[in-house]
Design a protein around this ligand. Structure first.
Ligand code: G3H
Ligand code: 13P
Ligand code: ZN
Length: 316
């Protein structure tokens, strides 16, 4: 069942975070649904602009519609990740997405407000909810590369002004994470003091943490041992998810970790079986391993085991 992120956040706020997982293809979709069903978790499927053009957005949306039918017990939101204004309108008009993210965080404050306001107006008219972003994460996403020194943490007072001015439903805050597999060149540091301040100024308002992959070191070591070159890759400590959730983080975005599972499975498969060329063999292993990965991640997020309670809330 497709629901809005707003409904999921209402249940999670202050207690746990909903996992927001990016998908690009069928195998990721199957692993994602299996993992969430196995751990009885509500979840968010995210489609980026890149994912929507990798094959074709119609394919991706059809895969998700099929999954909704195949997994009748699943409760999830369908969300556009890091949308520009035009892509947001495309998703809003499609009638399929339950939420969109407008990411105008690279623009000056006032311009970000104006763009976000326009998207909120069009989305809310159709019952679709909007995530916006203020501050700048480091790392690489689609066409934007932001170095660690250019990344800007969210200013709490600006966050309050921004939310009030735009009417957005949730806010992605920069608190020290970055996109990709190479986070924290120095020591790891999530800025909980920034979150604490934002929550004080915006009590009850759902916050979003991007760039939250953990980049497990055993995964990186296996990839490197199988011919990869990911030296120095580092991520967010998953034990920080629940403390962040207590401070109002209700959505935690994870993409890179799933790509690492894919990379490790396929590298090891073809290294160990150089005579093999059947895509279904590593594909099958990947779907099972991705499902296990999702289920374990949901335990860290606190979303595991919440599904029946969310269903009961939705029936009220
Ligand atoms: O934040 C970016 C996400 O990891 C999506 O990545 O734009 O390469 O699909 P992508
Ligand atoms: P990671 O690169 O840490 O997985 O972050 C994903 C993300 O923020 C998607 O919007
Ligand atoms: Zn992101």
């Amino acid at each position: 069942m497709i629901v809005t992120t707003k409904e999921l956040f209402k249940h999670a706020y202050g207690k746990y975070a909903i996992g927001a997982y990016n998908i690009n293809n069928l195998e990721q979709c199957v692993g994602l649904f299996d993992g969430n069903m196995k751990s009885k978790a509500p979840f968010i499927i995210q489609l980026s602009k890149g994912a929507r053009s990798y094959t074709n957005k119609v394919f991706l949306e059809a895969i998700i519609r099929a999954a909704d039918e195949i997994y009748p017990d699943a409760i999830f939101a369908v969300h556009l990740d890091h949308g520009d204004e035009q892509t947001c309108y495309d998703c809003i008009d499609s009638g399929f997405y339950s939420s969109v993210m407008i990411d105008a965080s690279s623009k000056p404050f006032e311009e970000n407000v104006e763009i976000t306001k326009r998207v909120v107006e069009r989305a809310h008219a159709k019952g679709i909810v909007v995530e916006a972003e203020l501050g700048q994460l480091g790392g690489v996403e689609e066409h934007v590369v932001v170095s660690e020194s250019e990344a800007k943490l969210t200013n709490p007072a600006d966050a309050k002004r921004f939310v009030e001015a735009t009417g957005c439903d949730s806010l992605a805050c920069a608190i020290g994470t970055s996109h990709g597999a190479f986070k924290f060149t120095g020591t790891q540091g999530l800025h909980f003091e920034v979150l604490t301040e934002i929550q004080k100024l915006l009590p009850g308002f759902p916050l979003v943490m991007h760039g939250s992959s953990s980049v497990p070191q055993d995964e990186v070591a296996r990839i490197n041992a199988a011919g990869g070159k990911l030296n120095g890759a580092k991520g967010v400590d998953a034990d920080q998810f629940l403390p962040a959730a207590k401070l109002g983080v209700t959505k935690i975005n994870i993409d890179t970790d799933g790509r690492l599972v894919w990379c490790r499975v396929h590298r090891e498969h073809f290294l160990n079986k150089p005579e093999d060329f059947d895509l279904r063999k590593p594909g099958k292993v990947f779907m099972a391993e991705y499902a296990d990965f999702i289920a374990a991640k949901n335990v860290k997020l606190g979303s595991a085991g919440q599904l029946d309670d969310v269903r009961a809330m939705l029936k009220k």
